[in-house]
Design a protein around this ligand. Structure first.
Ligand code: DX5
Ligand code: ZN
Length: 234
C-alpha cells in the first residue's frame, strides 16, 4: 500500500445487500472503488450491531483492494488479534472508545495492520494531537456513528486543523458520513483524501445493475477532484 493523497473512494458495505456481500464487494470494486469500508458496531459504543470477526474474514476473500475496518466498539483491545486474523489492512478505533487509546494503536500496529483513529463529531482535533506518530489514518466522523444514510455535519474547521497538525506525515484523512457529490468537494478542499460513502454509492444500484455504483463513485470522485485540497489552496 503506497501512500498518496489522491482522492480515494471507500464504499461502506453497511449500505450493501446483507444477503449478498461477496458479489456486492466485487461489484463496487469492479466499478472503481479504491478501498472497501467495513463498519463494525457493537450495540454498546453505538446503538447498532453489525459484523464480528468471522463475517469480516468472509468478506476478505472478496476484497482485492484495501479492507478498511472501522471499529465502533468498546473495548477494542480484546478484539485486535481477531480482526488482524480476519485480514483487515487498516484497523480504526475511536479515540472515545476507552482510556488507553495510545496502547490500542500500538497494539494494532503490533499486530501488523495500519492503524487508524476516529473522532466523533463532538470530539476536537486536539484529542489526537499526541497520537499522530502512531497512526496511518485519522477518520473524521461527519455523522454520529451508528447508521448509514444520516445527514452530513460540517466538520470543515476540524479537517483543516488536522491537516495542519499532520504536516508532512504520511497520514490519511478519511471522512465518514453523508458523503455525496455535494459534500465531497467541501471535505476535499479542507484536506481529506479518503471518502467513505455508503448510501452515496449503493443508492439506486444492485449487483444486477452495478453500473449505477460506477456512476455514483465517479460523481463523488469528480466532484472531489474539482477542488484543490488544503493547504495548497491557501
Ligand atoms: C456510520 C458509518 C459509516 C456509514 C456511512 O456509523 O461509520 O461508514 O456507513 O454511511 P453514509 O455514507 O450513508 O452516511
Ligand atoms: Zn464507517
Amino acid at each position: 500500500m503506497e501512500f498518496n493523497r489522491d482522492v480515494k473512494i471507500a464504499p461502506s458495505i453497511l449500505s450493501a445487500d446483507f444477503a449478498d456481500f461477496g458479489r456486492e464487494i466485487e461489484a463496487v470494486e469492479s466499478q472503481g472503488a479504491d478501498w472497501v469500508h467495513v463498519d463494525v458496531m457493537d450495540g454498546h459504543f453505538v446503538p447498532n450491531l453489525t459484523f464480528g470477526p468471522p463475517a469480516v474474514k468472509a468478506f476478505r476473500r472478496h476484497v482485492k483492494t484495501v479492507m478498511d475496518v472501522h471499529l465502533m466498539i468498546a473495548p477494542v483491545d480484546p478484539y485486535i488479534d481477531a480482526y488482524a486474523d480476519a485480514g483487515a489492512d487498516i484497523l480504526t478505533a475511536h479515540v472515545e472508545a476507552g482510556p488507553h487509546i495510545h496502547r490500542t494503536l500500538q497494539a494494532i500496529r503490533g499486530a501488523g495492520m495500519k492503524a487508524g483513529v476516529a473522532l466523533n463529531p463532538g470530539t476536537p482535533a486536539e484529542a489526537v494531537a499526541h497520537l499522530l506518530d502512531l497512526v496511518d489514518l485519522v477518520c473524521v466522523m461527519t455523522v454520529n456513528p451508528g447508521f448509514g444514510g444520516q445527514s452530513f455535519l460540517d466538520m470543515t474547521d476540524k479537517i483543516r486543523r488536522l491537516r495542519e497538525m499532520i504536516g508532512d506525515r504520511e497520514t490519511h484523512i478519511e471522512i465518514d458520513g453523508g458523503v455525496d457529490p455535494k459534500t465531497a468537494p467541501v471535505v476535499r478542499e479542507a484536506g481529506a483524501d479518503v471518502l467513505v460513502a455508503g448510501s452515496g454509492v449503493f443508492r439506486g444500484g444492485s449487483v444486477q445493475n452495478p453500473s449505477v455504483y460506477g456512476d455514483n463513485i465517479r460523481a463523488i470522485r469528480e466532484a472531489a477532484e474539482a477542488s484543490n485540497p488544503y493547504p495548497f489552496n491557501r
